[in-house]
Design a protein around this ligand. Structure first.
Ligand code: ADP
Length: 446
């Protein structure tokens, strides 16, 4: 059993991990930047160490500082959360070299699945359906255009190292191909130091569905029911729910089988999410694997009564998680709202001080957050303030409970996405579960 674990992250996910460690009787070490001295995660951990200036490159991405913090405090393992170093194989490798357990997959696994081109190849080898496109980085534009014409425009160019929607562009015609390619490649190069792109067929009205996996070192692979993350802005998730209103038991089974085949193929251990696009005819296609805990994991926890973060830690300790096999049945419906500090209309980040704060509470309501009244939101990190996760006996109850909870969630001093969610919850197509990833593009709420 670990005695002490360092959390290489901040904000709500750091607190989520601290809570899991507390319940397991493991001491926690928080790290924080100079801008996060007053952030709640620094106060909730058993120990907290400053790792540098506000800019992430100098603190939360600074491997040397984080490893020194682990050494000074005597931590035996590091939980990376999501974002920052969570999917950096070099970090996982260095942890191992320093005798620290990285709570996540091996560096090799991260490399294999983190590179989207390599993951596409593995999916094909595992007989998991992928969208038509290229299986190698595009090196010859003429050849790529030929493929795009064959599978028919629109196509989407995506960065092999992609994440956060960067380096991703839709191409609608042959004439645009070269320009779009050059701009996507240069964006990917800037963001990831890797400009390699591939292309795949662009689906016009897909849903984003994904399968949460937990795999241990004893060859147990647990697949949970799908999450639907179709409500997005600029290809980034805003609302997630489980189960998906579009997934039948037979599609669910196929999704789970495919996710399991892929994970088995590479002998993965740890938590992972296998993402798919689902078309209107019920066909689905593999998109990518995230080799870490995801922001939206709580909806799965709620409907399956499973603590995913705790199990991640137990897996890293070498425990057998076969007891979770019974847990993949689910009960009721759960919806998560990412409450961001941003203008709900234009999605421009809003920073400042939280002057007034009142949290929603009551039956079926969970809130994962690091904010408090008087908290100053630093401008250096992502805009996520809180995750409101609601449970209902069915989707209808989850929706009415979401309305009730969101309308009693008061945040004053900064703009938030709450007003947008209240409008979405009144919209007929959302209420009926009839939406695609282009839902927000198609609706004008303000
Ligand atoms: P990232 O890792 O950069 O977030 P993803 O590959 O996870 O990128 O895709 C993010 C979102 O982009 C998807 O949820 C979906 O909305 C959209 N998308 C990606 N690929 C396609 C595609 N081939 N067709 C239609 N939409 C797509």
């Amino acid at each position: 059993m670990f005695k002490k674990v360092l959390i290489a992250n901040r904000g709500e996910i750091a607190i989520r991990i601290i809570n899991a460690l507390k319940e397991l009787g493991i001491k926690s070490v928080a790290v924080y930047s100079e801008a996060d001295r007053d952030c709640l995660h620094t106060q909730m951990a058993d120990e907290a160490i400053c790792i540098g200036p506000p800019h992430p490159m100098q603190s939360y991405l600074n491997i040397t500082s984080i490893l020194s913090a682990a050494e000074v405090t005597g931590a035996e393992a590091i939980h990376p959360g999501y974002g920052f170093l969570a999917e950096n194989p070099k970090f996982a490798e260095i942890c191992q070299e320093c005798g620290l357990v990285f709570i996540g997959p091996s560096a090799e696994m991260m490399e294999k699945l983190g590179d989207k081109i390599s993951a596409r190849k593995i999916a094909t080898q595992a007989s998991v359906p992928i969208l038509q496109g290229t299986l190698d980085p595009i090196s010859d534009l003429k050849e790529a255009i030929k493929i795009a014409k064959k599978i028919k425009f629109p196509v989407i160019l995506k960065a092999a190292a992609g994440g956060g929607g960067r380096g991703m562009r839709i191409v609608t015609s042959e004439e645009d191909f070269e320009n779009v390619f050059l701009s996507a490649s240069s964006e990917a190069e800037k963001a990831f130091g890797d400009g390699r792109l591939y292309l795949e067929k662009y689906l016009e009205e897909p849903r984003h569905v994904e399968i949460q996996i937990l795999a241990d070192t004893h060859k147990n692979i647990i697949c949970f029911p799908e999450r639907d993350c179709s409500i997005q802005r600029r290809h980034q998730k805003l609302i997630e729910e489980s189960p998906s209103p579009a997934v039948t038991p037979s599609i669910r089974k196929k999704l789970m089988d495919c996710a399991e085949k892929l994970i088995k193929k590479v002998g993965y251990t740890g938590a992972a999410t296998v993402e798919f696009l689902l078309d209107e005819d019920g066909n689905f296609y593999f998109m990518e694997v995230n080799t870490r805990i995801q922001v939206e994991h709580p909806v799965t926890e709620i409907i399956t009564s499973t603590d995913i973060v705790k199990n991640q830690i137990l897996i890293a300790q070498g425990e057998n998680i076969s007891y979770l096999k019974k847990k993949t049945d689910f009960h009721g419906h759960s919806i998560e709202f990412r409450v961001n500090a941003e203008d709900p209309q234009k999605f421009i980040p809003s920073v400042g001080k939280i002057e007034t704060l009142r949290f929603p509470c009551g039956i079926g309501v969970r809130l994962d957050t690091h904010i408090y009244q008087g908290y100053n939101i630093p401008p250096f990190y992502d805009s996520l303030l809180a995750k409101l996760i609601v449970w209902g006996e069915n989707r209808k109850e989850a929706i009415s409970r979401s309305r009730r909870a969101l309308s009693s969630f008061i945040i004053e001093g900064v703009k938030t996405s709450i007003p947008l969610y209240l409008k979405i919850l009144e919209d007929e197509s959302f209420v009926n579960g009839a939406f695609s990833t282009r839902y927000l593009e198609r609706h004008i709420f303000f």
